[in-house]
Design a protein around this ligand. Structure first.
Ligand SMILES: [Zn+2]
Length: 405
């Protein structure tokens, strides 16, 4: 399986210039290739393919010396990106959507270049990982804050604000964890909970989100006071972008931690299918966190695969309306957090009940936990409990998944 490793680069001033220039030239090539395709399509309904465009590359490199300094495979990857943009466009057309036509990339919208065969050519790790030799740039200082694993497949050099990073995608062997017969259902939460489990645990979104959100609003206000295009405006824009990146990183970190804990402990993890969820619930609170859930579920699926765990998606329809004990279905307003089932009298917490229903839908008998077991263990535990036993990491924690730091 593939795994990505991202490291900070510390280029010198001249190297920074060379990196910027490489981005600039790649972007020019991207836009030119896009232009060619657009025209061919518009004039003759003809499509120019990947290989046709790639054939020009040696010529370009021979005639324009600045392109000669860029690795031929980096340039091929640029054409590849144009190709992917078009493939995506045609795919969406076929699906009956009305997608936007592939667009030209402005300076801000083109921030990386890729060595598609970095394992064999274009890149070399030096001095035991203290430096990396980039074709056309030179030997750049790098910080491998965690060891690189597996075989390097591709390497992407990326600019984020004023910082530079290198992302290696490697082929790694999965590392299965000891088998676990425990299964859990999760309900992707409404505020303030990020998720709720079938065991009654509620994971809140960390508080620093809210703090960061407030800061973000300040920065936004600050920006609105500046004159567009002025130096101060530019500076404020940069600061805002930096804050956005910081929040995104924090969120990602939070997602990694929760996914890690779930995967360490449970052999089977069941969640709602997001695609159906979008159709089934038009609840605003859910919508707000959507992007976050997508990322979280991706991380979860990935970690589960690596550890040899199962992740099951189920149809979420009615999971928040059905009584997990007797199946009685009732629509309730969103603000009702707890209720007593009118049919069987069981006291329920709305989201926990939903998580149990989610788990029940997966019919997890093969892994050793039946629905009945899950329900009975739920009934034994106090609904509002918020603790978690020590996970396999050895971090004994009574604080649950939440990061309340
Ligand atoms: Zn009931």
């Amino acid at each position: 399986m593939r795994k990505a490793f991202k490291y900070r680069l510390y280029p010198t001033k001249p190297q920074r210039k060379d990196l910027e220039r490489t981005l600039y030239l790649c972007r020019q090539l991207y836009n030119a290739a896009l232009q060619e395709r657009r025209e061919a399509y518009r004039k003759a309904q003809k499509t120019i393919g990947f290989y046709e465009q790639k054939r020009y590359l040696p010529e370009i490199r021979a005639e324009l010396p600045e392109y000669g300094r860029i690795h031929s495979q980096v340039l091929q990857n640029v054409i590849d990106r144009v190709d992917k943009a078009f493939q995506g466009f045609f795919r969406r057309v076929k699906q009956g959507q009305t997608p936007g036509y592939p667009r030209f990339k402005g300076e801000r919208r083109y921030d990386s270049f890729t060595f598609p065969q970095a394992g064999t050519t274009g890149i070399k790790i030096q001095e035991g990982g203290k430096r990396v030799l980039l074709y056309g740039i030179g030997s750049v200082k790098v910080k491998l804050h965690r060891p690189l694993e597996g075989r390097i497949k591709t390497a992407t050099v990326k600019r984020e604000g004023d910082d530079w990073y290198i992302i290696f995608v490697c082929e790694v062997e999965p590392k299965p964890l000891p088998e676990s017969h425990e299964a859990i259902g999760i309900d992707l939460g409404t505020n303030p909970c990020f998720l709720v489990t079938s065991e009654g645990e509620k994971v809140e979104a960390p508080r620093y989100y809210q703090k960061a959100q407030a800061k973000l609003a300040d920065a936004q206000r600050e920006l609105s006071r500046k004159k567009r295009g002025s130096n101060r405006y530019k500076k404020a824009t940069k600061q805002l972008a930096k804050l956005h990146r910081k929040i995104a990183n924090q969120r990602k970190d939070f997602h990694h931690k929760i996914a890690r804990r779930l995967v360490n402990r449970y052999g089977t993890i069941v969640h709602e299918d997001l695609n159906i969820l979008g159709l089934a619930r038009s609840c605003i609170a859910k919508g707000v966190q959507d992007a976050g859930w997508g990322q979280f579920l991706q991380i979860l699926a990935y970690k589960a695969e690596e550890a040899g765990r199962r992740v099951i998606e189920v149809d979420p329809r009615h999971t928040s309306q059905d009584c997990p004990v007797c199946g009685y279905r009732e629509k309730r307003p969103l603000w009702v957090r707890e209720y007593t089932c009118p049919q069987c009298g069981a006291r329920q917490h709305r989201d926990v009940a939903a998580a149990i229903n989610v788990l029940a839908r997966a019919r997890t008998e093969p892994s050793g936990v039946s629905t009945a077991q899950a329900v009975s263990s739920f009934l034994r535990s106090p609904v509002l409990q918020d603790s978690l036993t020590a996970d396999q990491n050895g971090e004994s924690s009574r604080r649950g998944f939440c990061d309340r730091g």
